[in-house]
Design a protein around this ligand. Sequence first.
Ligand SMILES: [Zn+2]
Ligand SMILES: [Zn+2]
Ligand SMILES: [Zn+2]
Length: 400
Amino acid sequence: MASPAIDSALMSSHIETLTWSSTAHGEEVDLADTFPVPEAPECYLVSSSCNIPKPPPLPSNISTRSKYPRRPLECCFAPKETMDMWDKVFKDGYGADVCIVTEDRSYVPAHSVVLRTASPVLSSMIGQSKVKQGMRYIKIPGVPHDAVRLFVRFLYSSRYEEEELKKFVLHLLVLSHAYSVLQLKRVCISLLEQGWLNRENMIDVLQLARNCDAPRLAFVCIRMVVKDFKSVSSTEGWKVMKRANPALEQELVECVVEADSRKQERQRKIEEKKVYLQLHEAMEALLHICKDGCRTIGPRDKVLKGNQVTCNFPACKGLEALVRHFSGCKSRVPGGCNHCKRMWQLLELHSRICNEPDSCKVPLCRHFKEKIQQQCKKDETKWKLLVSKVIAAKNAVGPF
Ligand SMILES: [Zn+2]
Ligand SMILES: [Zn+2]
Ligand SMILES: [Zn+2]
């Protein structure tokens, strides 16, 4: 009868590698490829952190690049001459009526009508400012003077030098958010997503993206942190964040752990599918051996004749060897040797799948059908699960 070891062996996610050695024939057959034996499940439980909803799919860097132009928001339909003119209006500062005071008491002259039109926040600031000798003074502190200049220039003409923008992109992201200049904000986000993010600025960008209401950019950052955690966590930005914002550090570490366990889970499922598919193949080969007899494996020690083609059943060879062992095993181990236990399992599995026990040529098919009637409920559930997985294995779409 089936060994008690079957209980623990049935539902495995492992493929046990085993070399079968027949003492009777002194020949070794590697059964690992054809004859997996499942073991008890241990790591089926998924981490409890899985109840966090998954974020929407993110654009991959490659596809984003191929879909959109390098500077996506540059495709402006204003004639070059018009943009040149507005750039000149800003650079000449002729007739400026606003003085934007920046860090180091520097200033940028501007025209209130342009600032008011471009930004509702600036408009309100200008409205509240006092007029001194026909000039209004407003302050934009906290960012370098050149960043403010770049910002104001963009308000006039949407123009920028790429090198300059790259240098101040984080400042401009903040300015565009704070002063509600959405077009500039889109430019900054898009350029960061498309390649200006690097491991040195990633943590800063992530924090700014969150503060500036740019969730997609934040997701892109997190994804990159997860992908390249080792090098990102050694950057200066990470060290500063760790001191100033330990909750974010904790959150990112959890993301990395979660991504890791998802990867392991995927791998485990792939391995599990392989086991069931191999069992399915073993079932087909068993039927074929018992029904047709496998001519290409044929009696031991005989070589295939020239006109005979190799058997199409991948599990046939290993199974044939096992069947031979089973019939001639002299082992006196209680419950049989390991190979015999496997044979019992396969015979029982066949019987549970088989729909024609009366005419079936597989040994013990009916015997098992009868035995199943008396089996306890717990075993029954396990077997039913195994049977359904083995049957489904053939149709399952998988990466192997
Ligand atoms: Zn065969
Ligand atoms: Zn044996
Ligand atoms: Zn049968």
